[in-house]
Write a protein that binds this ligand. Structure first.
Ligand code: AMP
Ligand code: ZN
Length: 113
């Protein structure tokens, strides 16, 4: 996916402020944070959204959850709690069509839409 923003970050063509990385997954600070901690956790493989996850991605998705735990520890939000969000499509207000999980915390969050 040559012009996908997050694929370009994965390839190093665009900069990112990395928090965690392994062979399959990258986590970096969101450029427009909504809370003291706002990290995006993405698969290096291009998957357009959570609706495009396939059977072959079972292990990868499990790995993303383990990476999110690690990001929570590294950013200091594991103890007080945080939120994981993945937006999908138009009603979900997904703006970057590459699967990503927002890890948001560092302050008391509210729950309303
Ligand atoms: P979503 O709206 O759920 O698709 O989330 C996309 C997120 O990517 C937004 O929170 C943006 O602030 C963030 N974002 C966009 N461009 C960059 C970038 N170059 N580096 C880090 N985060 C970005
Ligand atoms: Zn991509």
């Amino acid at each position: 996916m040559g012009n996908c923003l997050f694929c370009r970050i994965v390839k190093g063509e665009l900069p990112s402020d990395k928090v965690f990385e392994n062979e399959e997954i990258l986590a970096f600070h969101d450029i427009n944070p909504v809370a003291p901690v706002h990290v995006l956790v993405i698969p290096k493989k291009h998957i357009a959204s959570a609706m495009e996850i396939g059977e072959e991605d079972r292990t990868l998705v499990g790995g993303i959850h383990l990476a999110i735990r690690e990001v929570a520890r590294l950013t200091g939000v594991a103890g007080d709690g945080f939120r994981i969000v993945t937006n999908i499509g138009r009603h979900g207000q997904q703006t970057v069509p590459h699967l990503h999980y927002h890890v948001i915390g560092g302050r008391q969050l509210e729950w309303r839409f």
